[in-house]
Design a protein around this ligand. Sequence first.
Ligand SMILES: Nc1ncnc2c1ncn2[C@@H]1O[C@H](COP(=O)(O)OP(=O)(O)OP(=O)(O)O)[C@@H](O)[C@H]1O
Ligand SMILES: [Mg+2]
Length: 389
Amino acid sequence: MRKKIILLGSGELGKEFVIAAQRLGQYVIAVDSYSNAPAMQVAHEFEVINMLDGAELDRIVAKHQPDFIVPEIEAIRTERFYDYEKQGITVVPSAKAANFTMNRKAIRDLAAKDLGLRTANYKYATSQDGLEKAVAEVGIPCVVKPLMSSSGKGQSTIKTEADIEKAWKYAVEGSRGDLVEVIVEAFVNFHSEITLLTVTQNNGLPTLFCAPIGHRQERGDYQESWQPARVSDQDIAEAQNMAKKVTEALGGAGIFGVEFFLTDEGVYFSELSPRPHDTGMVTLAGTQNFSEFELHLRTILSLPIAEITLEKAGASAVILASDFSENPRYEGLEKIAALPKTDFRIFGKPTTRPYRRMGIALTHDTLDTPVEEIVEKAKAAASLVTVKA
Ligand SMILES: Nc1ncnc2c1ncn2[C@@H]1O[C@H](COP(=O)(O)OP(=O)(O)OP(=O)(O)O)[C@@H](O)[C@H]1O
Ligand SMILES: [Mg+2]
């Protein structure tokens, strides 16, 4: 069974997905807006297009006639996906899932209004005046995010009324897409946040959950993630219940990264990715019987997954660039390589900019090791590698 897969988005998550697909003998065309992107380096073919351009998407889909379209990012003209589904192509996990999650409004209204999941109170605004009203209703402190953005772009926290004008301008700058609209969310005073990787399967097979992944965010991107996160049985049950509802409503088979805030008053649904999650790269440390990329691929191919087992405790820590470069080089690989229970990935991105994620350190240990120790080791390991411009 050799299937043809078009991968839309060719970053580090896509690269690991392609490697998983290669190992099971599948055929992949990797797509992105620039050439020599990480996933292209390991795929059979590649295309460089603007994925927000529907005509360009139509062109490559017609050219390659894939069995599957696997989105790796949100910035895609996902409205076209419904048509591809009608043509008999499987969009992963489903056209609806990809389309609903590219815009915060669709997914938030689905979760809060249709499914009744607990989320932060929220309002929308399309102008600075509208934002003032929304902030008055939601209350201060609150978080403002463009409806179409990711990795924290255009996102800021309003702590006093004086922040409103700045927040609006910042959101406009950080917004992707033609129309600027923001969501204003009440600030959730969480004690921790988790990603619950949720695997939906075809053929009536059950939805499976990975052990929760803890993470720490800075500047809109994760810095360290660890598995298993320490979460109470009650919170896990609540999070799994919410993840099941929202993934069922979106439909299809694949892995979802469902993000939750944990508070003393219980669990809040935040958002979700209908694909492998960046914090889930910790599974590359061998924490599970299958990595999140292998799980995604297997469900797409309708290969049954009997169980997901937690084998080890692990952590990932990011390796960031500090400067602009067209020719990045890496120093300290011999130092990180010498560490026990440690591994690393260098993604092979052709260019750098400050804070761009260029690689990760991965550490693991037995399940009875305090996960904080494993995280500290991952951070220390990552700090041994420097990206030279
Ligand atoms: N309502 C909130 N209250 C408190 N913190 C928040 C709130 N919303 C977001 N955050 C913080 O900001 C981070 C990023 O927010 P969110 O996941 O909504 O944005 P994103 O741009 O989609 O990020 P990514 O694409 O990297 O997941 C969260 O992981 C959390 O740490
Ligand atoms: Mg997020």
